[in-house]
Design a protein around this ligand. Structure first.
Ligand code: UDP
Length: 244
């Protein structure tokens, strides 16, 4: 199976067609962007690390009954995935207040939320990925009411599985972003990636708030040691076997 035509180049990944129209190939890049691509850089080894972490987490979720686009990982930075039509929503799940939730509501950084919060953002760079209400999302016909309910339920289920998993790694899953796609049978599959680029991950063994950050916030806020943090997540994730 060889990579064929480049279909799309995003900030962190390139998508290629393959000789099977139902299968695409994703190549993970070392490039990093933040703040709607206003900050750009590169994190050495990130493509391989994020591909490996995403692979492990997709396998874990599949083993727990969550349908994903993941097929296999034919090379260190490559993932074969099922072709889906991406729903233009970023589904964010939060367990602890951080990032835009703090900026927009005044909640203190690190506050444990009484229950997980699911939010929908419009995946639209020119509009700056705005936060949507359910009614706005339906108005824009980004998903059907039934799909919104399914996305909400799946996001919460994924949060339970991933929170438990990261807990075993000595890592707190603060928040994360998911993307979903529809396959040819109109089934919602978890798509994109799950990695330190898309999750906030705090090391439970670090007391200093700057030291505990093991995710893209190290790049966003110039905290240094970005590669080491990503590598640390990879090692801890791979140390936990996935029971199928
Ligand atoms: N996130 C992401 N891509 C985005 C926006 C957010 O992967 O385009 C992730 C981010 O890494 C964090 C979570 O979603 O784990 C919540 O992000 P938030 O809304 O707090 O935005 P930020 O502070 O990153 O601007």
């Amino acid at each position: 199976m060889s990579a064929d035509q480049k279909l799309y180049e995003g900030k962190a990944k390139i998508l290629y067609s393959t000789d099977d129209p139902e299968v695409l190939l994703t190549r993970f890049k070392d490039d990093a962007t933040a703040f709607n691509a206003q900050k750009r850089g590169s994190i050495r080894g990130k493509g391989e690390i994020n591909c490996a972490i995403s692979t492990h987490l997709f396998r874990l979720l599949e083993a727990r009954g969550i349908q994903t686009h993941f097929i296999d990982r034919p090379a260190p930075t490559e993932m074969r995935v099922r072709a889906v039509k991406i729903v233009p929503l970023e589904v964010v799940v939060r367990n602890i207040a951080a990032g835009s939730l703090c900026h927009q509501t005044g909640l203190p950084l690190g506050m444990v939320l009484p229950k997980p919060l699911v939010e929908f953002y419009y995946k639209n760079d020119s509009l700056g990925d705005p936060l949507l209400t359910r009614d706005r999302l339906l108005l824009l016909e980004l998903a059907t009411p039934d799909q919104v309910d399914q996305l909400n339920a799946k996001a919460l289920q994924i949060n339970e599985i991933l929170s438990d998993f990261f807990q075993q790694c000595g890592i707190t899953l603060v928040d994360f972003k998911l993307e979903f796609g529809l396959d040819s049978a109109q089934t919602l599959l978890l798509a994109d990636e799950i990695s330190p680029d898309t999750c906030r991950l705090w090391d439970q063994s670090a007391s200093d708030p700057r030291q505990r950050v093991l995710d893209k916030d190290r790049f966003r806020h110039d905290l240094g040691n970005v590669e080491t943090a990503y590598q640390q997540v990879l090692e801890r994730v791979l140390a936990q076997t996935v029971e199928v």
